[in-house]
Design a protein around this ligand. Structure first.
Ligand code: PMP
Length: 384
């Protein structure tokens, strides 16, 4: 099948895999072993990777904490900050369109006695800053928003939200799992306190990520995982050197290729959208301008989502998000934009990446056009 599900995960770039392999075999030392060369070699590799990850986001390497992925980073950031600062207030704000790893973490904190405002977003998926400001209370301690949405690809104005938080002494966490390597992030110039990263959305391995924790001004967190005191006590556990080396290399590659790659992907995206929107009753979900070129989330009116997916089995795409597609519920993100159940159900997320070709895009247009036409012919609602 043609892979157009890069927002779910990406293949490990062959250059990344090549860098990882020696750290599984010869260079297998524990980075915490300070008494011999095996440990030193592993530690050096971990610190180089820390610099590579920090460089992509304009951070100091000391501000990078290794985790198992963005799910863990989101948990550590939100629970860690909320619990540490609970004495100052117990109110959090996050939009309804966040990833489940943010929303479910907030639900867990509600069970602990925190209060959470789940903010409505506009019909294009963007946050209205006035509505966000209105939701702030004297006891608000943390605001969490994503940078790039995983389902619809829209980009939030994190600089403006950060400024708003900074002026009020509110901790600002950003889930950047879908943003790293796609949009410029400069933490040295943007008032973000905590930022979650994942390797596997950016041609690195699964099971490794990072949390950026600002040092100036310092952001304090309570750890979730206790043990040997690794990562300055914030996340204990033996560091997976090969995974970390992979994330570092993947981020270094992303930093070098981001602008040319974005240009190519934008061209492919425009071609795909031109092809799909040649059909009638086709709707783009999410703001048309404030979005990464990698994502095209489209609703096909008068076709049933499940039947459409069956009709395009040669395409590896998602309906809604892969994380929730086990259920037949319409996507909560599209519902939050005010899309009808019908349009939410008939949506397909096409996500384009480093290895997508023009031929794949052209085949995709042909397959989807044929499947939609067929289903509409059978539909009693379609009379055009
Ligand atoms: N946040 C967002 C926006 C995501 O897209 C994902 C991956 N679906 C995650 C968090 C979770 O990342 P990970 O798979 O690294 O735990």
């Amino acid at each position: 099948p043609i892979y157009l599900d890069y927002a779910a995960t990406t293949p490990v770039d062959a250059r990344v895999a090549a860098k990882m392999i020696p750290y599984l075999t010869e260079l297998f030392g524990n980075p915490a072993s300070r008494s011999h060369a095996y440990g030193w070699a592993a530690e050096e590799a971990v610190e180089i990777a820390r610099e590579q990850v920090a460089a992509l986001v304009g951070a100091d390497p000391k501000e990078i904490v290794w985790t198992s992925g963005a799910t863990e980073s989101n948990n550590l950031a939100i629970k860690g900050a909320a619990r540490f600062h609970a004495g100052r207030g117990k109110h959090l704000i996050t939009p309804r369109t966040e990833h489940k790893s943010v929303l479910d973490t907030c639900r867990e904190l509600e069970r602990e006695g925190f209060e959470v405002t789940y903010l409505d977003v506009e019909s294009d998926g963007l946050i209205d800053l006035d509505k966000l400001t209105a939701a702030i209370r004297p006891d608000t301690i943390l605001i969490s928003t994503m940078l790039v949405n995983n389902e619809i690809g829209v980009i939030q104005d994190v600089a403006a939200i950060g400024a708003l938080c900074r002026a009020r002494g509110i901790i600002y966490h950003v889930d950047a799992a879908q943003a790293a390597g796609k949009v410029e992030i400069d933490l040295s110039a943007t008032p973000i306190d905590l930022l979650s990263l994942s390797a596997h959305k950016t041609y690195g391995p699964k099971g490794i990520g990072a949390l950026y924790v600002r040092r100036k001004p310092r952001v304090r967190l309570e750890a979730l995982i206790h043990g040997g005191g690794h990562e300055r006590g914030l996340r204990s556990g033996t560091l997976p050197t090969h995974q970390i080396v992979g994330m570092g290399e993947a981020y270094a590659l992303a930093r070098g290729s981001m602008s040319t790659e974005n240009e190519r992907i934008r061209w492919l995206r425009d071609r795909l959208w031109a092809g799909l929107s040649a059909m009638e009753e086709v709707y783009l979900n999410g703001n048309i301008d404030a979005r990464v070129p990698h994502n095209l989330n489209v609703s096909f009116n008068y076709v049933e989502g499940e039947s459409l997916l069956m009709g395009i089995k040669q395409l590896a795409v998602s309906s809604g998000s892969a994380c929730t597609s086990a259920s037949l519920e319409p996507s909560y993100v599209l519902r939050a934009l005010g899309r009808s159940d019908e349009l939410a159900h008939s949506s397909i997320r096409f996500s384009i990446g480093r290895f997508t070709t023009q031929a794949e895009v052209d085949t995709t247009i042909a397959l989807v056009t044929e499947a939609v036409a067929k289903l509409r012919e059978l539909s009693p609602l379609w009379e055009m």
